[in-house]
Ligand binder design. Structure first.
Ligand SMILES: [Zn+2]
Length: 156
């Protein structure tokens, strides 16, 4: 018997519309009319009664706001990481080898850091005045005994 009774009688549809226009929630409308909330939602959809995008929008916007807020620390981390990685090569000052010399000109008073590739036509040595007791000038000494990895381990 019940299956023959339409859920949405003309009266109920009118009630639905007026409640909807009054701004009642689907749950309130359902309770007032005496149907399920799903029935109200379904009927509203069929009647193309929506409260417009203004009401639906705050949700995704808020979610988006939260997403962007959460991503900030990660972004900061990435920036810091990039800065750190880029800073590594910048710490090395360019070494001016103004007294380049050949293998035969090398002496204890000349930095023996090879410039370019051994065997290449322009192959020579740095020739700068070395640090006392060291084979390299200060710049190449830094390169040769680069503290990089070792120091980081000690610090850690
Ligand atoms: Zn040198």
């Amino acid at each position: 018997m019940l299956t023959h009774l339409p859920t949405w009688t003309t009266d109920r549809v009118e009630l639905l519309k007026s409640h909807f226009e009054a701004g009642l929630t689907c749950r309130e409308i359902a309770a007032s009319i005496g149907v399920s909330r799903n029935a109200v939602i379904g009927k509203l959809a069929r009647l193309q009664l929506t409260r417009g995008p203004a009401r639906a929008e705050p949700r995704p916007t808020k979610a988006a706001r939260e997403r962007s807020r959460k991503s900030i620390p990660r972004l900061q981390y990435q920036i810091l990481q990039a800065v750190y990685e880029n800073a590594q090569p910048l710490q090395e000052e360019p070494i001016a080898s103004e007294r380049r010399c050949s293998l035969f000109e090398l002496s204890n008073e000349r930095c023996r850091w090879p410039i370019s590739t051994p065997g290449a036509e322009d192959f020579c040595f740095c020739g700068n005045t070395p640090i006392e007791g060291m084979p390299y000038c200060s710049g190449h000494h830094r390169l040769a005994y680069r503290p990089g990895s070792r120091q980081r381990v000690v610090r850690g």
